[in-house]
Structures are given as structure tokens and as C-alpha cells.
Design a protein around this ligand. Structure first.
Ligand SMILES: [Zn+2]
Ligand SMILES: [Zn+2]
Length: 115
């Protein structure tokens, strides 16, 4: 586990990009934060537990209860479309809804997921 410089969350190594220039071999920022910074979408530190609590601990799309571990922090307007990494632009989604939304967004963009 490693703590992200941005959101200050403890995440496993898979949540960080590899960065050879960093002593740990991993980027200091998690993938979510790295992406936001790269796209100039960084507005504020968005903490998963705060969004999750605010949204009543339920998925905003299908209303199913999600645990903090299961919740996906979704950008309502995707970062790739100019959405910001901020509390107003994030919501709680369950895994299946996040996957569905992600795929649909990629289709709309005409980009095929390549892993
Ligand atoms: Zn982070
Ligand atoms: Zn859902």
C-alpha cells in the first residue's frame, strides 16, 4: 500500500503508474490524480469517503448500496471532456454502473478500449 500525494488515500500498487525516477518505482500520485493533473483538471483533493458519505453510500445510477471499498469515484463530466476533478463533478457509482458508463463514454468518443 502507498499513500497518494494528491488524494492522500492509501491505495495498492496497481493504482499507481510506474515511475522509474521515483525511489519507490511508482508515481507519487495515484492514476486518478495523475490523470487529473495531466489534463489540467485538478481543482481540489477529492476524498472518496466524503463523496460516498455525501451520496448516502448508494450508487447514484442504480441506487444500490455500495461499501467504501466497492465504490467507484466517477467523474460526472469525464476528465477527457473537460470535466474537473472536484466535489461537484464527482459521484458514487457501483462497479457495474461505472463500467457501463465508462464503456458508453468511450463509444461516444469513438475510442475503443484497449486495456
Ligand atoms: Zn490520488
Ligand atoms: Zn450502480
Amino acid at each position: 500500500m502507498k499513500t497518494c500525494y494528491g488524494c492522500k488515500e492509501q491505495k495498492d500498487a496497481d493504482s499507481f503508474y510506474k515511475d522509474k525516477s521515483h525511489p519507490s518505482g511508482l508515481s507519487g500520485y495515484c492514476k486518478e490524480c495523475s490523470r487529473a493533473i495531466l489534463l489540467d483538471a485538478w481543482v481540489e483533493d477529492v476524498k472518496r469517503n466524503i463523496v460516498w458519505d455525501r451520496d448516502g453510500r448508494h450508487c447514484k445510477m442504480c441506487q444500490v448500496f455500495v461499501s467504501l471499498e466497492e465504490m467507484h469515484l466517477d467523474h460526472i463530466v469525464p476528465l477527457s471532456r473537460g470535466g474537473k476533478h472536484s466535489y461537484v463533478n464527482t459521484q458514487t457509482l457501483c462497479g457495474p454502473c461505472n463500467l457501463y458508463k465508462g464503456v458508453r463514454t468511450l463509444e461516444e468518443l469513438g475510442v475503443l478500449p484497449n486495456g
